[in-house]
Design a protein around this ligand. Structure first.
Ligand code: PEP
Ligand code: MG
Length: 883
């Protein structure tokens, strides 16, 4: 089998389509090299080798060694240098590359091939002893850390000690002889830590590095990232071995990273950073502050360091051509890495660039307008779940801000929270429902869990492409990076700036769109959506089959839902209306009544208020369908709990306190979710449902008369388990509907249907459909009852279940397709068999989750219903579900 694919030196064995085999990096290097771009030659060991490696107890497949040797020879021939040759040594980099980019997760080794002999060759070839020995010590440090698992710290200490003893301050102050001393110290560290000398044989170095990449596929950081991004373990990683080019051989050398369009805003402008006389790691690590590529970028960010456009105009022009070339070839925004060695440009990497949701939207719409892609492709390009970021709050422009410092606007959105200085602490406090801002000098992959738990991330070092910036953007967390005026002292647990000293637990606010860091909690505001948003939504609407409705009961929610394009209300939870200040007392009076007569008297007070609610809702929805669910929760939810509240209620209703207390006690249930709720209430107290139905129909009549809109209420019964329940309640609804509308002769069409939220209802859907005109899948309760998992208590052990992979996802967030989904499928089939035109929808939280929406499409539901803010996500996800 072919395990090794070559590239560079005029042609390549692979293509961009071979991502699964060569990893993203390897495939794109192959593609770039066939495009004729200047790519340093190298080869990629396939992901299949990784899979075989683990399958065979960490052993390489037969034939690999020979193929690597042949690959290496080709590279040597192309470069005209030999691996391990003392006078003209070939040096290589070794990198990992999975199918999808896993930033910072996997380890890289540069300058491999250096040893005590070849370093002299490098010195001779470059004519720069300092450079050669600096490269060698970097190599020992990287190799020591990545391959030999020696803590960074050990090497830093040697370097710091040398600097102190020699009275030097910056790394750039060190001369060749200094580095030679440092190298001696580094070697001692290696010998001390591993019991063996630093490997001098380049082939041993190479195989050590290859092994380390494969091993790192299963390291804890990679495992965390995979879990967060649902990347299967058996994909494996490829290893790319590539000849080195040097951005640190002098002032005519540079290294940088760039995006072919602005990854924050999506603007069609070259955007990137570079460092003169530096190696790639320096840009990403954020140790030196990078300079902008373009004059425009420099000015926009208020930098006073010269742009590459000014310092290296020729190379910049060539790079700009590469940018256009790559975009027209890949038809997508690219994230590129390049190095300039002695005035010559080399492309090291290209891949589809990570971007904010706002940028994704703008780029997709722009590229469709530029005819690089079509509308369908544009719809496919925007991650539906990420739209959430566009709906994130911003700082209220009228708010008073006490600005502490300004960093880089690394990831948009505003967030306030308590200062924490460590990822574990962020996770711990977030677990206690505290809002925290993770404040770090810089972040590394070890911090990912804390970044995830935090509302926002602040770093004092590093550019727009630093780890913090890239990861926060991907997660949709607001981030301010490189706020250099701020001093963070981990030991003292303080953050100092402009005379303020803030402690852990103090409040700050970040604006990831401007880079501002503010004292205290600053008020935020909901975002306005751009024209591109409407355009893309319009394209999505043309493609999707399923309708999108919203779960809403208040006029504000209904209006928001309409604004976001909801095509009706899929769930109006009427109990939410019972809690309003003007009626909760009447509701309590009803519950505390001794008999039906008393209850009816209290309900008569509630009815006009419910009617007004429905009138408002119907008016906002202007003839669009509105599904109203009759009362669902157990009655004790409405009763007072604390002693003081009990006294208040008793006084207001002029009844005995003891009676209130008795009623609270008698209604209490040990398992309310499975108790006296849903249609069971309607069966026990038909007068409650009667009142609600009167309110619905009188509101419908009123609105129809007033506006002329046809209102077609869909009345929905919760928690049905048998057809008999539905029959009894439907008879009541039909009777009350006739009575209410007959009074003035207006005809109101309506439908009566049920929620499917119990396994029995799903299984008996064929029979239930004889009475139900529609089903709405209440997948919150259906998940709860199918798993036997309490919605309220599951959070206590769900994290453990997720960590151990017992559940792949939180089943209350993403529909469990193989279990709960099976019941949905069965119910849909059986319901349709009885009543072919039965209307099917979903109104559980899953109705706003893209993966679950895709599933709903495969089952052929007519609509999904979700919270108003998720309506745009659902519209896009429903379109993507048919592509
Ligand atoms: C459901 O159970 O899925 C549902 C929508 O109803 P609720 O969340 O109100 O129980
Ligand atoms: Mg429910």
């Amino acid at each position: 089998r072919k395990w090794v694919y070559g590239f560079g030196a005029g042609g390549s064995d692979g293509t961009a389509k071979m991502k699964n085999l060569l990893g993203g990096k390897g495939a794109n290097l192959a593609e770039m090299s066939s495009l004729g771009l200047p790519v340093p030659p190298g080869f990629t060991i396939t992901t299949e080798v990784c899979t075989e490696f683990y399958k065979n107890g960490r052993n390489y497949p037969a034939g690999l060694e020979d193929q690597v040797k042949a690959g290496l020879t080709k590279v040597e021939d192309a470069i005209g240098a030999r691996f391990g040759d003392a006078s003209n040594p070939l040096l290589v980099s070794v990198r990992s590359g999975a199918r999808v980019s896993m930033p910072g997760m996997m380890d890289t080794v540069l300058n491999l091939g250096l040893n005590d002999e070849t370093v002299k060759g490098l010195e001779a070839r470059s004519g720069d002893a300092r450079f050669a020995y600096d490269s060698y010590r970097r190599f020992i440090q990287m190799y020591g850390n990545v391959v030999l698992n020696i803590d960074h710290h050990e090497f830093e200490e040697v370097l710091e000690t040398h600097k102190r003893d020699a009275d030097l301050h910056l790394d750039t102050d060190l001369k060749a002889d200094d580095w030679k001393d440092v190298i001696k110290g580094y070697k001692k560290v290696v010998e001390h830590e591993t019991g063996k000398p630093f490997p001098q044989d380049p082939h041993a170095q190479l195989w050590g590095a290859i092994g380390a990449v494969f091993e790192s596929w299963l390291n804890p950081r990679a495992n965390t990232y995979r879990r967060l991004h649902s990347i299967p373990e058996d994909w494996g990683t490829a290893v790319t071995v590539q000849s080195m080019v040097f951005g640190n051989m002098g002032e005519d050398c540079a290294t940088g990273v760039a995006f072919t369009r602005n990854p924050s805003t999506g603007e069609n402008a070259f955007y990137g950073e570079y460092l003169i006389n530096a190696q790639g790691e320096d840009v990403v690590a954020g140790i030196r502050t990078p300079q902008h590529l373009t004059i425009k970028g420099k000015e926009a960010n208020g930098s006073n360091l010269p742009a590459m456009e000014e310092t290296m105009p020729g190379v910049f022009k060539q790079l700009d051509e590469v940018r256009l070339n790559l975009e027209s070839h890949y038809r997508d925004m690219q994230d590129i890495e390049f190095t300039v060695q002695q005035g010559k440009l080399y492309m090291l990497q290209t891949r589809s660039g990570k971007r904010t949701a706002a940028a994704a939207l703008k780029i997709a719409v722009d590229m469709a307008t530029e005819k690089l892609i079509d509308e369908t492709e544009a719809v496919r390009r925007v991650d539906a779940a990420a739209l959430d970021q566009l709906l994130h709050p911003t700082i209220d422009p009228k708010a008073k801000k006490d600005i502490l410092a300004k960093g880089l606007p690394a990831s948009p959105g505003a967030a306030a929270g308590k200062i924490v200085f460590a990822a574990d602490e962020a996770e711990r406090r977030a677990g206690q429902n505290e809002k925290v801002i993770l404040c770090r000098i810089e972040t590394s992959p070890e911090d990912i869990h804390g970044m995830h738990a935090a509302q926002g991330i602040l770093t004092t070092r590093g550019g727009m492409t630093s780890h913090a910036a890239v990861v926060a953007r991907g997660m949709g967390r607001p981030c301010v990076s490189g706020a250099g005026d701020i001093r963070i002292d981990y030991k003292a647990q303080t953050l100092t700036v402009r005379g303020h000293t803030l402690k852990a637990g103090d409040l700050i606010t970040l604006d990831g769109s401007t880079g501002e860091v503010m004292l205290g909690e600053v008020p935020t505001r909901q975002p306005e959506l751009s024209g591109d948003f409407g355009t893309l939504m319009g394209w999505a609407d043309k493609l999707r089959r399923m309708k999108v409705r919203a779960n809403a009961e208040t006029p504000l929610d209904a209006e928001t839902a309409r604004k976001f394009g909801a095509e009706g209300i899929g769930l109006c939870r009427t109990e939410h209306m019972f809690f309003d200040a003007d009626r909760i007392l009447a509701v309590r009076e009803m519950i505390l009544s001794e008999d039906e007569q008393g209850r009816r008297a209290a309900l008569a007070k509630i009815e006009p208020m419910q009617r007004r609610d429905f009138v408002e809702l119907f008016k906002i929805m202007k003839g669009l369908p509105v599904t109203i669910r009759l009362l669902d929760p157990p009655l004790h939810e409405f009763l007072p709990h604390g002693e003081r509240e009990i006294t208040d209620v008793a006084t207001s209703l002029k009844i005995d306190e003891a009676r209130v207390r008795d009623r609270v006690k008698s209604l209490s249930e040990s398992n309310p979710m499975l108790g006296h709720r849903g249609c069971r209430l309607g069966i026990s107290y038909p007068e409650i449902y009667e009142m609600q139905v009167v309110a619905i129909f009188s509101a419908a009549v009123e609105v129809k008369k007033e506006t002329g809109d046809t209102v077609v209420p869909e009345i929905m019964i919760p928690l049905v388990g048998t057809r008999k329940e539905l029959d009894i309640l439907k008879a009541i609804i039909d009777r009350v509907a006739t009575e209410t509308t007959h009074q003035d002769g207006t005809r109101i069409e309506y439908q009566v249907g049920t929620m499917i939220e119990l396994p029995r209802a799903a299984l008996r859907a064929g029979s239930i459909a004889e009475s139900a005109e529609f089903f709405s899948f209440g997948t919150n309760d259906l998940t709860q009852t199918t798993f036997g998992l309490s919605r309220d208590d599951a959070a206590m052990f769900l994290p453990t279940y997720l960590r151990q992979g017992i559940y792949e996802n939180d089943p209350f967030v993403t529909l469990d397709q193989s279990g709960v989904g099976e019941l949905v499928k069965i119910a849909a089939e059986r319901g349709r068999a009885t009543r072919p035109d039965i209307k099917l929808g979903i109104c559980g939280e899953h109705g706003g989750d893209p993966a679950s929406i895709k599933f709903c499409e495969t089952v052929g539901l007519d609509y999904v219903s979700c919270s108003p803010y998720r309506v745009p996500i659902a519209r896009l996800a429903a379109a993507q579900a048919v592509l």
